[in-house]
Design a protein around this ligand. Structure first.
Ligand SMILES: NC(=O)c1ccc[n+]([C@@H]2O[C@H](COP(=O)([O-])OP(=O)(O)OC[C@H]3O[C@@H](n4cnc5c(N)ncnc54)[C@H](OP(=O)(O)O)[C@@H]3O)[C@@H](O)[C@H]2O)c1
Length: 265
């Protein structure tokens, strides 16, 4: 059985990817941190899409042992993958001085180490016949260094650069795309955060479903990188041409007033 492997499947955006692919009757292999939530999601998808094939296995993406165990489990059940959607991400937003070691390792490992490790393991199991797809969810926050969102912005930039290089390395064998969404109202703290950013938050946001659909289209077309949404393209262009000192001051002023710390353990 050839599956689409979705990390962060139980999250807001991951759930939207699962819904879109389930409607297309594409076999899904889900992962996230909680076996119980994965089982509930698999059940929900199967009961609303008759005949849909759904497998799952919990994996803490920051753990090397968990990542190895995940792929051993998939190998033992004879699963193979033709598409990887790396959605998992930790979006802690606060002054860097407030981080402790656990918090910074969690964010770095899930956003970057987990992604490159999963992609490497995926490549060893994928057909690489030109139709294989690898999609990673980056962020508009990687468009420029972001004071008060510094580590998130840096890990997403790292992911974007890695994906861009891989896009060239795997040309003709796999489609490799990194998408850069703006705000996606998936959790209560994110919805509040988008509201706090007023006009800019409003024009930058897209629904989880819209982001999932645009992302799948982008990887199907083998786009190296895709900024999601017209206004985000405008914001990205403006950010690219603005002097670093001006944009850093602008961001520091706005972002120092808001915090997000959803993944606290
Ligand atoms: N929402 C936005 O405004 C926005 C904007 C741009 C980019 N993004 C990116 O979009 C992606 C999805 O975000 P979202 O808004 O859907 O947030 P979300 O609902 O909180 O989803 C984040 C997902 O990451 C998973 N995750 C976190 N730590 C993990 C770990 N140690 N091991 C395994 N999985 C872990 C979570 O798994 P559990 O289900 O087990 O908790 C969750 O499913 C992230 O990469 C985020 O950076 C979001």
């Amino acid at each position: 059985m050839q599956y689409t492997l979705v990390t962060g499947a139980c999250g807001g955006l991951g759930g939207a990817f699962c819904d879109v692919l389930a409607e297309r009757k594409e076999p899904l292999f889900l992962t996230g941190r909680s076996e119980k939530r994965l089982a509930a999601l698999a059940e929900k998808l199967k009961s609303s899409h008759e005949g849909l094939e759904v497998a799952f296995r919990a994996c803490d993406l920051r753990s090397e042992e968990d990542r190895l165990a995940f792929f051993n489990y998939a190998d033992e059940m004879g699963a193979s993958f033709f598409r990887l959607i790396y959605v998992a991400g930790v979006d802690t937003q606060m002054a860097f001085e407030k981080y402790d070691e656990n918090k910074l390792l969690l964010q770095t490992r899930v956003n970057l180490e987990g992604a490159v490790s999963f992609i490497n393991a995926f490549l060893k199991r994928a057909p690489l016949d030109g139709k294989t797809e690898i999609l990673a969810v980056g962020s508009m926050s990687a468009s420029t260094p972001m004071p008060y969102f510094a580590l998130y912005s840096a890990t997403k930039k790292g992911l974007e650069y890695f994906m861009s290089a891989l896009h060239t390395e795997l040309k003709g064998r796999a489609k490799v795309t990194c998408v850069l969404p703006g705000g996606i109202p998936t959790r209560e703290d994110i919805r509040r955060n988008i509201e706090e950013h007023g006009f800019w938050g409003k024009i930058s946001q897209k629904s989880p479903r819209a982001v999932a659909e645009a992302s799948l289209k982008a990887v199907h077309k083998n786009r190296r990188k895709k900024v999601i949404g017209f206004w985000n393209k405008v914001i990205k262009f403006t950010t690219d041409v603005a002097p670093m000192s001006v944009k850093s001051r602008f961001i520091a002023k706005r972002w120092s007033h808001t915090e997000k710390d959803h993944f606290s353990e």
